[in-house]
Design a protein around this ligand. Structure first.
Ligand code: MLT
Length: 203
């Protein structure tokens, strides 16, 4: 089980927005983003199960930007199982989920994409990294992904953002890569760009 908030939307045909916070965040953090991206959609906002010095995360890391891959795989599987359980408990369609993640939350969303062809049908990744290398990728045909990256992001470099796009595209996903003239922070102009992309595919 994962601590979470579920809010039923006004339009059940809309995707369920899966919100995944950054390091030190909670399931409250991205609720306002969902409100901007699609106010009619249901929302499933989850708190990461790992604590790093009291800060919630979605998987362990050995150092900044160096992930504990064994834990990453375990936590990715745990989140996938939670999504299936949540779909039953809250009566939504598990094949109709679009993830919105920031930083560590974007990394676990990317890891869902690196491990499963049916976890999410789309993803908005704000400042993600390549979650893991040297794993066989699932077939991501038909899955739409948007990456928001900062040209001066010290945590997610330009090379890494481009590498993530390439790896997802090679697996068959359609990927939009958007650059902000900013660092690791999430800006309103990036959120608006994500919304414009979302409306192309999920309206
Ligand atoms: C991570 O650990 O997932 C990345 O370094 C981003 C973050 O600081 O959360």
């Amino acid at each position: 089980m994962m601590q979470h908030i579920f809010r039923k939307g006004t339009n059940s045909e809309k995707p369920v927005l899966l919100l995944l916070h950054g390091t030190g965040g909670t399931e409250q953090d991205l609720l306002s983003l969902a409100e901007i991206v699609d106010p009619e959609a249901s929302v499933l906002s989850v708190r990461g199960n790992v604590l790093e010095n009291g800060m919630p995360r979605f998987f362990k890391r050995l150092a900044e930007g160096v992930f504990d891959e064994e834990d990453l795989v375990f936590r990715t599987k745990e989140l996938k199982a939670f999504l299936e359980q949540a779909a039953t408990d809250h009566q939504f369609d598990a094949s109709n989920i679009v993830a919105i993640g920031y930083s560590n939350g974007a990394n676990i969303a990317a890891s869902l994409l690196f491990h499963y062809d049916d976890a999410v049908k789309g993803a908005i990744l704000h400042h993600p990294m390549v979650p893991i290398r040297n794993v066989p990728m699932p077939d991501l045909a038909g899955i739409h992904v948007w990456i928001g990256a900062g040209a001066n992001d010290p945590i997610c470099t330009q090379e890494e953002s481009t590498e993530l796009q390439k790896r997802l595209e090679e697996a068959g996903a359609s990927v939009g890569l958007h650059w902000e003239n900013a660092g690791h922070q999430l800006t309103m102009s990036e959120v608006k760009a994500a919304k414009a992309w979302y409306e192309q595919y999920f309206k």
